[in-house]
Structure formats: C-alpha cells, structure tokens
Design a binder for this molecule. Structure first.
Ligand SMILES: Cc1cc2nc3c(=O)[nH]c(=O)nc-3n(C[C@H](O)[C@H](O)[C@H](O)COP(=O)(O)OP(=O)(O)OC[C@H]3O[C@@H](n4cnc5c(N)ncnc54)[C@H](O)[C@@H]3O)c2cc1C
Length: 401
C-alpha cells in the first residue's frame, strides 16, 4: 500500500539523511535530493554525544555506528604552552542518566552512508544524487520542488519539505530567511595525520589545548581504512591567506608547535573552513522547514553543531508524524521553531563561543583563573556531572520534555 504523506528532504548530509530515515521509519514517503554525486567525506564532525547516540540507537544504527568509530569515554583540557594536562572529564559519571555514557568518534560521512543504506530498504523512499534543488513553490496543499538532475530539470512534489542543505542553504535563501549572526575573522585549519598524538603526548582521543597565541584540538578517528587518524584543528591568523595557511611551511610549523617531534608527522589531508555563529531568523515557512546547518552554524569547538542538527531532525520527524499521521492540530508545527531555535542559541551558540574563549584566553590572570575553575569543576563530582550534562546536550533534551 502506498504511503499517504510525502516528505522531501533537500541535502544528503548527515542531518538530511537522519531526517529522511526518521520520516521513513514513521511511515512517510520520502525523497532525498543531494546536489553532489556522493556524500561529502571532508573531515568535519566526528564527536557524537550521548544524547545523539540515543537517537542513533532509536534509528537502529547504533551497533554499526560504533563499529565504524572509536569510543571516547574521556576528554581532556591541556595547557599547550607548558604541555601539561589541566584536567580530564569522564562521561561515565552520566551512567545513571543515559545508556551511552561516552562519546563516539565516527566521521559524519559514515553516518550519512549508513543512513542512506538503511533508507534504501524502505518502500516508497528514493535517494537522488547529482540533483540540485533550484526553486520551490508552495500552496495550502503541498510544495513543488524544482531541481537540476543528471539528465536535466526535474520537478518533485511533497506535502512537506525539509531544507537540510547546509550552511549556504539554497532553501533558506529561497524562503528569504535571514541568517543572523557573524563570521569569525580567522578560519580553522584541520590537519589529518596517520601518526599518533596519544603515543607521543599521552593525550586522549579528544583533547583541547589552550594557548593565547594559537590553540589546538586533537581528535582521533578511525579513518576509512580503520587504521586510525588524528585530526589537529588550529585557528589561522586573521590576516593569513588560504594559500599561506595551507603551505607546507605553515603546516609543518603548526604541527611543530603542538610537539617538536610532530614536525615530521605525515600530514595526509589539510582542510580550511570558514567559521560562523549564525542562526536562521525562522526555522519554518509554511510547509518548508530548516534543519541542521541550514538553520544554525557555529564554531566546532565542543563538537555540537551536527549533534544539535540531529536533534532537530528527530524533533521534526516526530512533529510531522503527530500532525500528518495522528491528526494532531497543525498548530503543533510552530513548536519546532519555538523549541529548536532558543535551544540552539542557549546550548550550542553560547557553549561554542565560551569554549573558544576558554582556549584562546590572552590575559594571563584570566588564563590561570580559567584553568583553576576547570580543575575545580573536574574535581567536584556534582559539578563534573553538571558540566557533562550540558556539554553532552542531555540538559537541552531534558529541557524540552
Ligand atoms: C572542522 C569541523 C569539525 C566539526 N566537528 C563537529 C563535531 O565533532 N561534532 C558536531 O556535532 N559538529 C561538528 N561540526 C559541524 C558539522 O560538520 C556540521 O554541523 C554538519 O556537517 C551539518 O550537517 P548538515 O547535514 O546539516 O549539513 P552538511 O553536512 O553541510 O550537508 C548539506 C548537504 O546538502 C547538499 N546541498 C547543498 N545545496 C543543495 C541543493 N541546492 N540541493 C541539494 N543538495 C544540496 C550538500 O551537497 C551537502 O551534502 C564540525 C564542523 C567543522 C567544519
């Protein structure tokens, strides 16, 4: 029997795929349109927090997701200047709050690919790559979506559309929605190496290094060959050109400032990102919604952007199910924006801005005070847990229910 209601998702990134799968599992016909010919595999999100692991488990993907990545129970703050550990946090203190008291480091393209594989097993669900959405028209009954496909222009129809087409969202622009906020003057550079920071430095899989001149974050992921990769994230100087930042000299110098012996680390990828703190003025216009980076972008320190996007995806799928399939009043559709927008501002924008400030603090007294505060939080079991409730977004989820 054909499913009655149709959802069309624009963007085959992790948020679009999770939205599409969650809608398919709830009984919608689903069409997923992705502009590129495959899922983007550039090194971006990997850190997946407990609250998001609960969602991934609900989608039936948890075992495969963990098998593709690394379990990271701890994270650490370091002083890069003296190369000393400031303190360590342990997610295990959340064991009474979540079945998943740890972070999983799985690259975001693996989640998107797992989700697409699962989606293809559902009836009435289609995934179209190389299909770029160019226009939308909506009326009281549905939305017409116009796209440029591999064989020319195409038109799709749906009852609801979700724009999960990333920070430069075409859907958001077509809806005329402002992307309020700002762009940082520096960019972030991600250097990927096959060498092992844990072996040479003794740091754990998620380690944040404060430095008034140039902070660094180190993360381990498995890589596509499962042999293990470390990603080192640094800010560029505001006046540094892309070419300069990506040059061998600058790359070697940056690695060398983390650890002198790292100068000779084999850098297998170098990627530059513009970094923003922006939130869409609205997350919905009529039958069209925004989710993930299309709705909000932030600096990646703390690993919150995609996590929040996946939370959007679930809330949206649940809201559409209630209205379309359970006959709840359509007024419920307003709740999505009324909840998700303030939660993003309070938990993601505020935390990521604070995380950046903490790592780049220049005032020597304030630096010492920040380190002392972190040590005090880590040493106090109650504060340690409260800190992790917030950083893992469990607090934001609880606020909703
Ligand atoms: C260096 C770095 C590290 C990060 N680390 C973390 C982390 O550890 N944890 C975390 O939570 N977040 C992290 N983030 C943020 C995370 O990468 C993003 O939040 C995430 O990619 C958002 O997913 P998305 O699906 O909303 O958008 P995207 O991943 O940008 O996907 C959007 C998709 O839409 C497609 N598209 C665009 N326009 C169209 C169109 N017109 N028609 C059809 N398709 C279209 C694009 O091709 C793309 O595939 C990090 C970001 C960076 C830069």
């Amino acid at each position: 029997m054909t499913r009655q209601f149709a959802v069309l998702v624009v963007g085959g990134g992790p948020v679009g795929v999770v939205t599409a799968l969650a809608c398919a599992q709830r009984g919608f016909r689903v069409t997923l349109l992705e502009a590129e010919d495959k899922v983007d595999a550039s090194p971006r999100a990997a850190t997946t927090h407990p609250s998001t692991l609960e969602i991934i488990a609900g989608l039936g993907l948890f075992q495969r997701f963990v098998a593709e990545g690394l379990v990271a129970r701890h994270f650490q703050f370091w002083d890069r200047v003296t190369r000393t550990l400031i303190c360590e946090f342990d997610h295990d203190v959340l064991r009474d709050e979540t079945p998943y008291p740890f972070v999983v480091q799985t690259e975001q393209h693996k989640l998107a690919n797992l989700g697409i594989e699962e989606l293809r097993g559902h009836t009435d669900c289609a995934v179209h790559f190389s299909t770029r959405v160019t226009n939308l028209e909506q009326d009281a009954d549905g939305v017409q979506v116009f796209a440029q496909g591999p064989d020319g222009p195409r038109k799709f129809g749906a009852h609801w559309v979700v724009g999960a087409d990333g920070g430069r969202s075409t859907v958001r622009k077509l809806l005329g929605i402002e992307f309020e906020g700002y762009t940082w003057p520096e960019r972030f550079i991600v250097l990927t190496t096959t060498d092992d920071f844990q072996r040479v430095l003794g740091c754990c899989y998620r380690s944040y290094f404060a430095d008034p001149v140039e902070w660094t974050n180190l993360f381990k992921v498995t890589g596509d060959d499962y042999k293990g990769r470390w990603r080192a994230v640094f800010p560029t100087r505001a006046d540094e050109t892309d070419e300069e930042a990506l040059s061998d000299t600058a790359v070697r110098a940056r690695m060398g400032r983390v650890l002198p012996s790292a100068e000779n680390f084999a850098v297998v990828h170098r990627n530059l990102y513009k970094v923003h703190q922006r939130v869409a003025a609205n997350f919905r216009k009529g039958r069209v919604f925004l989710a993930g980076d299309a709705a909000h972008v932030n600096n990646p320190i703390g690993g919150l952007g995609l996590n929040c996007g996946i939370h959007d995806a679930l809330e949206l799928a649940e809201t559409l199910r209630a209205v379309a399939l359970e006959g709840v009043d359509a007024g419920l559709l307003d709740r999505y924006e009324h909840r998700r927008r303030p939660l993003n501002i309070q938990y993601v924008q505020e935390q990521t801005i604070a995380n950046k400030k903490r790592l780049e603090e220049r005032d020597p007294h304030a630096r010492v005070a920040r380190f002392a505060e972190l040590r005090a939080i880590a040493a106090d079991p109650e504060r340690h847990k409260q800190f992790l409730m917030r950083t893992s977004l469990i607090e934001s989820v609880r606020k909703v229910h």
